[in-house]
Design a protein around this ligand. Structure first.
Ligand code: SAM
Length: 282
């Protein structure tokens, strides 16, 4: 008998992966958590039936959400990750000796426990002494800070279910307040291709633009996410990710990455016309 994981990307489009084994299925107070093993993508994590990461392509998402802001401001010392329960973003951040403190707030402790047990390739960095974990709604957590973080990375689920509040005006306003005067906010920005995701992306973009003087969008190719074309939002009080990065300085750090490099950094901000037009209309 063959076992397949199937995800609906739209009501008339499905994406399937042949599964070797279902490793875990659990219901937390917030969402359904599943871990599978597969021939093509290795282990993968889904929440409420939506793909979060696979062993084979997670490096693309985690490198792009981390190294783009870190190359833009190498002076970042205090970082907040909102969501990110699999630990992949924290793993990339821990590669910078210059970072002093990494706080991660995920609403669901069970996701972190599951990833620690079954996905060591992403969760390995969570034990770093600079990392503190908080289990709370990110929307609530961020309200209490003023000028605290140099970088906030929103590594959330989609804007349905527990992640919904992380796409609101209130949330972006509070992130702005929690950032230092030269702070940067990066968030996963959904895909521009399918209408329902593109709508969420445009609403998020519009709201972020209300608070930040620098507001850009960059892209990556992530095979297991809907349409394979994924966007990230880059908002900042001061640094421009196109003009400010010093590529030679980042290269001198000698970080061995598999996707990100400083040539690709510039290219990632060069968007297709249909995305540019959609953003211009936002
Ligand atoms: N790379 C992924 C993606 O874009 O599909 C995101 C992965 S990460 C596992 C998403 C995390 O966000 C989950 O662990 C989930 O529990 C967390 N999350 C969802 N809503 C949240 C909220 N309101 N506050 C904090 N964390 C939240």
């Amino acid at each position: 008998m063959e076992l397949w994981y199937t995800e609906e990307h739209t009501p008339s489009v499905r994406f399937s992966i042949k599964v070797k084994e279902q490793i875990l299925s659990a219901q937390s107070p917030f969402q359904r958590i599943d871990v599978f093993d597969s021939e093509e993508f290795g282990r993968f994590l889904t929440l409420d039936g939506l793909m979060m990461l696979t062993e084979k392509d997670e490096f693309i998402y985690h490198e792009m959400i981390t190294h783009v802001p870190m190359a833009t401001n190498p002076g970042v010392k205090n970082v907040l990750v909102i969501g990110g329960g699999d630990g992949g973003t924290v793993r990339e951040l821990t590669r910078y000796g210059s970072i002093k403190r990494i706080d991660m707030v995920d609403i669901d402790e069970m996701v972190v426990d599951v990833c620690r047990k079954h996905l060591p390739f992403t969760s390995g960095g969570l034990g770093d002494p600079r990392v503190s974990l908080y289990f709370e709604d990110g929307l609530r957590y961020v309200r209490r800070f003023e000028g605290e973080y140099d970088l906030i990375i929103v590594d959330s689920t989609d804007p349905f279910g527990p992640g919904e509040g992380l796409f609101t005006r209130e949330f972006y306003g509070n992130c702005h307040k929690a950032l230092t005067d030269d702070g940067i906010l990066v968030n996963q920005h959904e895909n521009p291709y399918y209408e329902s995701y593109a709508g969420a992306m445009l609403r998020a973009h519009e709201r972020i633009e209300e608070f930040f003087p620098v507001c850009r969008v960059y892209q990556a190719h992530i095979p297991t996410y809907p349409s394979g074309h994924w966007l990230f939002g880059f908002a900042s009080k001061k640094y421009d990710p196109i003009d400010d990065p010093d590529g030679a300085a980042w290269d001198a750090l000698g970080l061995d990455t598999r996707y990100y490099n400083t040539d690709l950094h510039d290219g990632a901000f060069k968007l297709p016309n249909y995305v540019k037009r959609a953003l211009a209309g936002a």
